[in-house]
Design a protein around this ligand. Sequence first.
Ligand SMILES: [Fe+2]
Ligand SMILES: [Fe+2]
Length: 187
Amino acid sequence: MATKDSASKANATKQRSGSRSGAAPGALDAIKLLTADHRDVKGLFQEYQRLVDHDAEDDEKQPIAEQICAMLSVHAQLEEEIFYPAAKEAIKDPDLVDEATVEHASAKDLIAQLRESNPIDELYDAKVKVLGEYIDHHVKEEEGELFPQARRAGMDLAALGERLDRRRMELLQELGVIDEVSEEEEA
Ligand SMILES: [Fe+2]
Ligand SMILES: [Fe+2]
C-alpha cells in the first residue's frame, strides 16, 4: 500500500506544478484550469481518507493535509482575485458569486484550524473530512451553476486562464511550494 500511496502523492505534486509547462500560451481556459484543480484536490482528499482507513501514521497524513490546505488556499485566492470579479460582472445570477465567496470563508476557517493543529488532535481527521464535504458541495455549485453561466456569458476564458496560471505560479512560489521559475532559463 505504501508504494501506491507514495505514487499517488508524487502524482498529485506533479499535477500541481505541471500546468506551467502543460499548456501552450493562449491554450488555457479558466474554467478548465479551475476544474482541474477541483479534480486534483478531490484526489488528495481521497488519498487522505485511504490513509485514515489504513490507520496510517500521523506523519504520513500530515503532508497530505498540508497539501490540501495549500492547494485550496491558492485556488480560493485565484477565484476571489481574478475569476469571481469577472464572473460577477458577466453572469446572469451574480448572487452565485457572493454565495461562493461565503462558502470560501467557511472553508478557510477549517483550513486555519487544520494549520494550527496536527493529526495528534483527536478532531483532525474529522476536520479534514468535513472540509472535503464542504468542498464537494462548493465544487458542485461551481461546476453545475457558476461555470456554465460564465461560459454562456461569453467571458474571455482564455485571457482569464492565462492570468490565473500566472498568478498561481506567484502564489506557489510565495508559499515555497515550487521553486522560483528558473527551470526554463536553466534548460
Ligand atoms: Fe473552485
Ligand atoms: Fe470556489
